[in-house]
Ligand binder design. Structure first.
Ligand SMILES: [Zn+2]
Length: 178
């Protein structure tokens, strides 16, 4: 039987949730990121543990994400598993008052909301860990590229202060341009 993946798998039942602690866990892979058309991440293996502490209309949510997401090495172009870890705290406030607004740390839901879907939040917080540029060595993986041009360039740049002065520059300094 083919498993049908949809956003419904990431619904947290709000109305049925009593006060106290509640635990959820997810394993996010390509199926999860495939739910988002614009996802940069195509393959991943990330475990998310979500602890929710509910006290009345306030829910304190602690997300702990850990795993790898697949990126292309900037040097050898091979896919590599990039390690990531993220801890986020989010407050969900159930309120029918108009003055309560969403912010980065507070999500406002209405008392009529039956579920809260956590897919978008997990998607966004994991994408923040997608590196602008990744190479195998940074993930402690062997790189199949033999092109060390960029490394040598960096080395030259870093040591240029201590490099012996080129005598041709000394000659130039003595030239009077007037
Ligand atoms: Zn590489």
């Amino acid at each position: 039987m083919k498993v049908h993946h949809s956003f419904a798998a990431y619904d947290i039942p709000l109305q049925a949730m009593p006060n106290g602690n509640h635990q959820y866990s997810y394993v996010l892979g390509g199926d999860f990121f495939g739910l988002f058309e614009t996802s940069i991440i195509k393959k991943a293996h990330i475990k998310v543990d979500l602890d929710i502490h509910r006290q009345g209309s306030r829910l304190d949510c602690y997300f702990r994400a850990q795993g790898t997401l697949q990126v292309g090495c900037a040097r050898c172009l091979e896919p590599l598993d990039w390690p990531m870890q993220d801890n986020s705290h989010l407050v969900v406030q159930i309120s029918d008052t108009d003055s309560e607004n969403d912010s980065d740390e507070i999500v406002v839901l209405r008392s009529g909301d039956i579920v809260w879907n956590v897919a978008q939040f997990m998607y966004e917080s994991i994408h923040l860990h997608y590196p602008l540029r990744a190479v195998c060595q940074e993930a402690a993986l062997p790189c199949s590229s033999t092109d060390l041009w960029s490394d040598q360039n960096l080395l030259t740049f870093q040591t240029s202060d201590n490099a012996p002065t080129d005598p041709r520059w000394d000659t130039l300094k003595q030239v009077n341009f007037q």
